[in-house]
Structure formats: C-alpha cells, structure tokens
Ligand binder design. Structure first.
Ligand SMILES: [Fe+2]
Ligand SMILES: [Fe+2]
Length: 324
C-alpha cells in the first residue's frame, strides 16, 4: 500500500472522521491529510499538498479499503472543498440526472461532516451551500424533478438526510414555493434530523426493533434539533426539526400538535421523510419500490388522517411528473 511511512502520527481515533472511500474523487482533497486505520491504529495515507491521484484510487480499491479518515480539525477544509465542487457542478449546463446524483453525493459528504463536527461555522457553511442550491433550483426547475430518480441507496443517516433534502427541495419547488420559503425548505430539510447527533450510535444504528426506552431516546432528536438550531441562530429552520414527526390527528411527537398547528414546511419535509424511510435500504427489512411506498403511505397515513390528502396527491404528481 502507498502508506506514508515517513510520518510520525500522534493522533487518536476519536480525532478522526470516517468517510467512504468513494467520496474521494480524482484531483480532490488537495489540502487534506488522509488517514487509514490499520489494525486499530491511524496511519497517514496521503499528506496535504497533493491531490488524490489515479494511483491512490486504484491502490485503495485493490486493497479493499472502503473507509478513509480525515482530522476533525480539518473538517472545515473538507466542507470548503464540497462548497467549491457543488458550485462548479451547478454551473455545468445542461443539468442532467448525473449532475443531480453528484449533488446528492456531495450533500451526503456534507452531512457526514456536519454530524461529526456540528460547529456553528460548519452549519453556516452548510447553510451557504444549500442556499446556492435553492437558487439553482429556481434557475433550473429540471433539477427539482430529477431528485426523485437520483436518490442514493444505503443505510447511513447521512444518506437519509441527503435524500430527504433533495426530495423536499424538489417537492417544495413543485408546490410553487419560491425564494425565502423555498430556501427555508431546502436548507431546513438538510437540518431536519440534526438532533440525531445526540442520539447514541448503538441506538441510531440498531438493526431491528427498538425498546420503548430506546424509542423515547430517538424521539428526542426533534427537540434536540430545535434547541441546537435555535442556539446557533438558525431559528427559521428550527420548526422543521421540531415538528416533522407531528401528525394531523395529534398522534405524533413531540407535542401532539393537530392539523392547523403544524407548520406547512414541516408537513412538506415529513412526507419526503416517510417516503425516504420506506424506500431506503435498512438492514432489518426489505425496502419498498416507489409505487408500493406510495400505497403504504396512503394506507397507513393518509386514510388514517395523519397526513394531508391534498399534500399526498401533490407528492404523487411530483414524483411521477417527469417519469418517462
Ligand atoms: Fe426525524
Ligand atoms: Fe428524517
């Protein structure tokens, strides 16, 4: 392997953020030190100053390394790189499915970084990036309708966040939201599950059924997200984090609000959240294809009066509008 053996490493595992190897693309990560963990110990793989080369990519693939690490203290640089890449991506015309897939990939990386190092500065950067996306959607509406086809399939929380962000952004545009309101959804959906950073990993990633206590802990991600966003002055996105698990019939959490009390933006993110949870891959059950997921939502939520019937109808139209 191409390990930098000349480096003396004084770094502990908890100072590193794990990332998927396929997040590294050719020519990127120039300013970053890249680490691997071999036999439980961090080793320097690539020094800052050189970008990722074809040799690196081949070497990691040949050695079946699927996780690389960066320093938490260098997370800011990683986010800056994502910001540059998304800006270039959205400048490329014409916008095609491949562009939207790459955008969701980048949002996935951003989410991994934010969940690992949720500082105000990093959240600000995420807000800047997602604001640019809402502008890009207004200038290129085709982006909105490609999101439903571009979702990533995996089990990580970050992928769920990236997918819900992309779906909600497209759906909000479809519903006619523009400018400030559109931006609230585009950015707010990215932050909707931010409170999960306080849920212990063994609960968040537990395959199978949760105990009542564990479920109560998961439910707290709504209030935790709300407090975190408020504390960091991201007030306008906080209601989405707080209310995206409320239902029209008052059976949701955390407050058991009813129809008129639930903010519109939380309802919009919620339907995308549920759709993603049903279609996304989970270790303990099969994922459902889109059409079957819509039937499940209808039977379990719409008919039971938990989700607005008209919002559901629009969601179906949105998903199938560009289906060729
Ligand atoms: Fe949630
Ligand atoms: Fe969610």
């Amino acid at each position: 392997m191409m390990i930098d053996k000349t480096a003396i490493i004084h770094i502990e595992l908890d100072q590193l953020i794990p990332l998927k190897t396929d997040e590294l693309s050719l020519g990127t990560a120039k300013d970053l030190n890249i680490y691997l963990v071999l036999e439980g110990k961090p080793v320097l793989y690539k020094r800052a100053g050189i970008p990722i080369t074809e040799e690196h990519i081949k070497d990691l693939k040949d050695n079946e390394i699927d996780t690389i690490y960066i320093k938490k203290t260098e997370c800011k640089l990683f986010i800056q790189e994502i910001e540059r890449e998304i800006a270039t991506l959205l400048d490329n015309k014409p916008i095609c499915l491949e562009t939207v897939k790459r955008w969701i990939d980048k949002i996935f990386s951003l989410s991994e970084a934010i969940l690992s190092v949720p500082t105000k500065e990093n959240l600000k950067a995420a807000q800047r990036i997602t604001k640019d996306i809402s502008e890009a959607i207004e200038n290129n509406p085709e982006i909105a309708y490609l999101t439903a086809f571009a979702l990533k399939k995996d089990i990580a929380t970050s992928i769920h966040i990236a997918n819900v962000h992309a779906l909600s952004s497209g759906f909000a545009y479809h519903l006619g939201l523009r400018k400030e309101k559109l931006e609230t959804i585009v950015t707010g959906s990215f932050f909707h599950d931010i409170g999960k950073i306080k849920v212990p990993d063994h609960i968040l990633k537990k395959p199978g059924k949760l105990t009542d206590t564990e479920y109560e802990m998961i439910k707290k991600h709504t209030t935790w997200g709300y407090y975190l966003l408020n504390k960091m002055s991201f007030r306008k996105y906080a209601p989405i984090a707080l209310y995206h698990h409320e239902f029209l019939d008052g059976t949701g959490y955390p407050e058991g609000l009813k129809n008129g009390e639930i903010p519109e933006e939380a309802k919009i993110v919620q339907i995308c959240d549920i759709y993603e949870a049903i279609t996304g891959i989970r270790p303990y059950r099969d994922s459902e294809p889109p059409f079957s997921a819509l039937t499940t939502i209808k039977e379990n939520f719409v008919i039971k009066g938990k989700i607005d019937k008209n919002l559901y109808k629009e969601f179906v139209i949105y998903l199938y509008k560009n289906k060729t």
